[in-house]
Write a protein that binds this ligand. Sequence first.
Ligand code: NI
Length: 137
Amino acid sequence: MVYITRKEIFSAAHKLERKDWSDEKNKEIFGKCSNPNWHGHNYTLFVTVKGEVDTETGFVINLSDISKIIHTKIIAKVDHKNINLDVDFMEGILPSTENFAMAVWKELEGSITLLGGSLHCIKIQETEKNYVEYFGN
Ligand code: NI
């Protein structure tokens, strides 16, 4: 089994806020990410796929095919967008990096399977110091 990873970057705005909490509690729990007038992050997305190496191509899956899927299903929807307001697959979901990684997994899994690979990990880096990894369960 070999693991291959495609890395993509995008910028997006968000706000972490629960409407059922007071402004004070949102600020206490979510800190800067609760800023009422939004803020942005430069995100890095790592999509790791596992599979056996094809003896003819030497590839698990062609990384350019994975890139196309990531661009169509994720980057086109999130880059320079507001994750709370603009992104269909995040509708009604608190846009923490954890929830975002799980939602991205759902968006990509089927297409990766169709290519003959198996999605292994969605890693999203939100800041230089923080990243989240999701392995599907
Ligand atoms: Ni934030």
